[in-house]
Design a binder for this molecule. Structure first.
Ligand SMILES: Nc1ncnc2c1ncn2[C@@H]1O[C@H](COP(=O)(O)OP(=O)(O)OP(=O)(O)O)[C@@H](O)[C@H]1O
Ligand SMILES: [Mg+2]
Length: 415
């Protein structure tokens, strides 16, 4: 029982701190509630601080519910041995990320805690460990370093390098659009990160501005490499359609279709969609619902980025077109080919690899047009030819039969 009291007291003091940290109220506003809370306890009528705050009109019931949930999650993170949680860095649709200190090495890290519902999915957890370990073996200046994966109580967690700086999504909200040169500088670094991962057989599957972090020294890093998505791609694609997973602005058509053999070309498509957003200030396909956006990824032709922002070079338009081809066979044949083109346009040269892909597509189109006419069209003349042959044979047979008969009659008529 004393333990429980201690626990309640620490929950209350954390709650008071959180209310002030999140600017829901000021310290002078919270102070009288702390006093009431202490007085009620002394009078033998202990009341949770949260209820006192709501009673006093400092918090709404909704705010209290959200704060209690956040506190419970922080407590989950605090159960991770070897790390001390310092603050919350942010939340995505699936998980919460905390800044923590790795005690043995005395360094800052970021820890992502999986939600309980994913932790209960054995297939997902297996893939989470497998991909986490593979990612921890990668080492690249443009990849947020994966450090560890583990389990503490009911939670599974992913420890990674802490990056101090905004995400590309935050920057886009602020600046709306990037110059072609700046966009290329960013996308080239991410393409290098992907080239490295792809060579080791790792596919990211969720390249998007929210997973690109900008460091203080101007470098760009790809986050969540090796963070397995839902158990199968089909489930991931369906989950993506759910409101909780945000609008799928950058997802490839094959992921939407729930294909299982997702390869590096899905990452190239998503990086293309990111580049599109950077240089035009708009996502490539927008719509009122996730389903409408996904439908457009599958069916709607892309408005070329240089049609929206006419100051863009034609080269970047061609590169984005090839990166975002709906049929992955028409995209770049490798991430290294893509890098060659990105570096070429950065140097003011034409994107030769993209042109090769576009030429191949045109040739394929021409070849389809030049194919021989459909068999049905030749069927009728062929039938006529067969009928003619049959008639000739019949007439010939009849003629032979008449000649034979005449010969026979002549022979019979001889004396
Ligand atoms: N390694 C890191 N270092 C510092 N901050 C991080 C790190 N990883 C994530 N964050 C912060 O945590 C936030 C949540 O990250 P998370 O990956 O859970 O979601 P997301 O990528 O933003 O969105 P979604 O869930 O839609 O993919 C990020 O937006 C970022 O601000
Ligand atoms: Mg992320």
């Amino acid at each position: 029982m004393p333990d429980r009291k201690l626990n309640d007291a620490s929950v209350d003091s954390e709650l008071a701190r959180l209310v002030v940290d999140q600017k829901l109220a000021t310290s002078p506003e919270v102070q009288p509630c702390l006093e009431t809370h202490a007085r009620l306890s002394a009078e033998g009528k202990p009341t949770p601080l949260g209820d006192v705050l709501v009673e006093a009109g400092v918090l709404t019931v909704g705010q209290l519910t959200r704060l209690r949930k956040a506190l419970e999650e922080t407590r989950g993170a605090q159960q991770i041995p070897g790390y001390r949680i310092e603050s919350k860095l942010g939340s995505g649709a699936m998980a919460h990320v905390f800044k923590a200190r790795q005690l043995r090495l005395d360094r800052e890290v970021a820890i992502k805690i999986l939600p309980r519902q994913l932790s209960e999915n054995a297939e997902y957890v297996e893939r989470f460990y497998k991909e986490g370990k593979a990612a921890a073996k990668l080492n690249h200046p443009n990849i947020v370093q994966a450090i560890d994966v583990g389990e503490a109580g009911p939670y599974h967690y992913f420890v990674m390098e802490y990056v101090e700086g905004p995400t590309l999504h935050d920057e886009l909200e602020l600046h709306k659009r990037f110059s072609e040169a700046e966009a290329l500088r960013i996308v080239i670094q991410i393409a290098r990160a992907l080239e490295h991962a792809h060579k080791q057989g790792l596919i990211h599957r969720d390249v998007k501005p929210k997973n690109i972090m900008m460091t203080k020294d101007g470098r760009v890093k790809l986050a969540d490499m090796g963070l397995a998505r839902a158990a199968t791609d089909e489930k991931a694609a369906q989950a993506e359609a759910g409101r909780a997973f945000g609008t799928p602005y950058y997802i490839s058509p094959e992921q939407i279709r729930g294909e299982v053999d997702i390869d590096f070309r899905a990452d190239i498509y998503s990086l293309g969609a990111t580049l599109y957003h950077l240089v035009t200030g708009r996502v490539p396909f927008d719509g009122p619902t996730p389903a409408a956006v996904m439908h457009k990824h599958l069916k709607e032709p892309l408005v070329p980025p240089d049609h929206i922002n006419t100051s863009l070079s034609a080269g970047i338009g061609e590169v984005v077109e090839v990166m975002m081809a709906k049929d992955r066979d028409e995209r770049y044949a490798s991430t290294s080919d893509l890098l060659l083109d990105l570096e070429a346009i950065q140097a003011g040269e034409p994107p030769l690899q993209a042109r090769r892909q576009i030429d191949a597509k045109v040739l394929k189109g021409l070849a389809t047009e030049a194919e021989p006419p459909e068999p049905q069209e030749t069927a009728a003349p062929k039938l006529e030819r067969n009928a003619l042959a049959a008639i000739v044979i019949l007439v010939a047979a009849l003629a032979v039969s008449i000649v034979v008969n005449i010969l026979f009659l002549v022979l019979l008529a001889r004396p």
